[in-house]
Design a protein around this ligand. Structure first.
Ligand SMILES: *Cc1c(COP(=O)(O)O)cnc(C)c1O
Length: 376
């Protein structure tokens, strides 16, 4: 049996090695390391895949979120609603820009923003809503967009964990996550569902003027070289990463199907278990399983994690401390917030290995060892 890894990027690479090696060497040979045709081609292919009119590539997913917020022209102290149960990048950029993060609780089944709580959190100072499609599961975007439209608030989707996911509206329309909000953001961090061989990110929008502004902000606020109209930043996807990503984009649906097959296998092994709650898949969307995250009841999570580690099975806690309880938010009084579901989940979630390269003997072994833990 091959060693079990949380994410197996090496074996995934070996299957596309010839094409990737040639493309990377092609970029080096052309010496067009920044910008150029390769980056542009990838951006066009990604826009078509996602059903978005415009794609602005950038250096990473955190930058994508920061640039998106910068493009909305917000004032210090303006309120931005986000879940606290997320990777820190979502909310860190809010604080970095001197905006006020307003944390809302999540739904215990989907791990995503609770819509009722979102409605209650909207005030006259709310200037943006940032739903996170956590672990690859879509937030209920129809409800988010309805609330946002009623109050005239832009929506930035944090799609770093859900690229390729679908969301079905009640009228039957299906859209990709990240293409629904005013702006969508994603990350190409190597372990993400569409991972580069380094850092990368992208921003999606259908709004032409906003696309132009996003592009300027990512490029020192310039449209014409050396004429800087806005204070921006320097955030670029390099051509080597774009070359790799363009090849992997063609495989993305296969990668997602491989992840779903792993999730199906785990579900079958764990469904109905007295101590394990398997992940929910809402009828409105396609879960792309960036993570396979179970909830434990009446069992010690650290003991399970140690038991798995003893058997050479990695596992992870995403995330051990919710954003509102991080030290960086002390000055916002984060610790005093009442987010019971977020706190509850933080104590109970554990993510099992999931990636595109599993073999059946590995999955048999993992499920067997997880189940054996409860029968010790
Ligand atoms: C990975 C991730 C980001 C940030 O992406 P980077 O490319 O690492 O900067 C933002 N939000 C979420 C939910 C993520 O998982």
């Amino acid at each position: 049996m091959h060693p079990i890894q949380m994410v197996d990027t090496r074996r995934q690479y070996l299957k596309i090695k010839k094409e990737v090696d040639a493309a990377v060497l092609g970029v080096i040979d052309s010496s067009m390391f920044i910008g150029g045709k390769v980056v542009q081609q990838f951006a066009e292919n990604l826009a078509a895949y996602n059903g978005s009119k415009y794609v602005i590539t950038c250096a990473n997913g955190t930058d994508a979120l920061q640039i998106a917020l910068m493009a909305l022209g917000l004032e210090p102290g303006d309120e931005v609603i986000t879940p606290s149960f997320t990777y820190i990048a979502t909310v860190e950029v809010v604080a970095l820009l001197r905006l006020k993060p307003v944390f809302v609780d999540v739904n215990p089944d989907t791990f995503c923003m609770n819509i009722e709580k979102l409605g209650q959190a909207i005030t006259p100072r709310t200037r943006a809503i940032v739903p996170v499609h956590l672990y690859g599961h879509a937030t209920d975007m129809e409800a988010v967009m309805e609330l946002a439209a009623r109050h005239g608030i832009p929506v930035i989707e944090d799609n770093a964990q859900a690229i390729g996911g679908d969301y079905r509206f009640s009228d039957g329309t299906v859209k990709k996550t990240g293409s629904i909000g005013t702006i969508g953001c994603t990350s190409f961090y190597p372990s993400k569902n569409l991972g580069a061989y380094g850092d990368g990110g992208a921003i999606f929008t259908d709004d032409e003027a906003l696309a132009a502004k996003l592009k300027m902000i990512a490029n020192h606020g310039q449209q014409k070289r050396y004429y800087h109209d806005l204070v921006g930043c320097n955030s670029r996807l390099d051509a080597i990463q774009a070359a790799v990503l363009d090849i992997k984009l063609k495989e993305l649906d296969n990668y997602i199907n491989a992840r779903i097959a792993v999730a199906d296998f785990y579900d079958k092994a764990f469904a109905g278990h007295p101590h394990i709650t398997i992940p929910t898949r809402a009828a409105y969307g396609k879960h792309v399983f960036h993570q396979y995250t179970i909830k434990l009841e009446g069992a010690d999570r650290d003991e399970l994690s140690n038991w798995l580690a003893e058997h050479k099975i990695p596992s992870m806690i995403y995330y051990p401390v919710p954003a509102h309880r991080q030290k960086m938010f002390d000055s916002f009084g984060g610790n005093d917030l009442d987010l019971p579901v977020t706190d509850w989940l933080t104590q109970r979630v554990i993510s099992l290995p999931i990636h595109t390269e599993f073999e059946k003997d590995q999955l048999d072994y993992i499920t067997e060892k997880v189940l054996a833990f409860f029968n010790k």
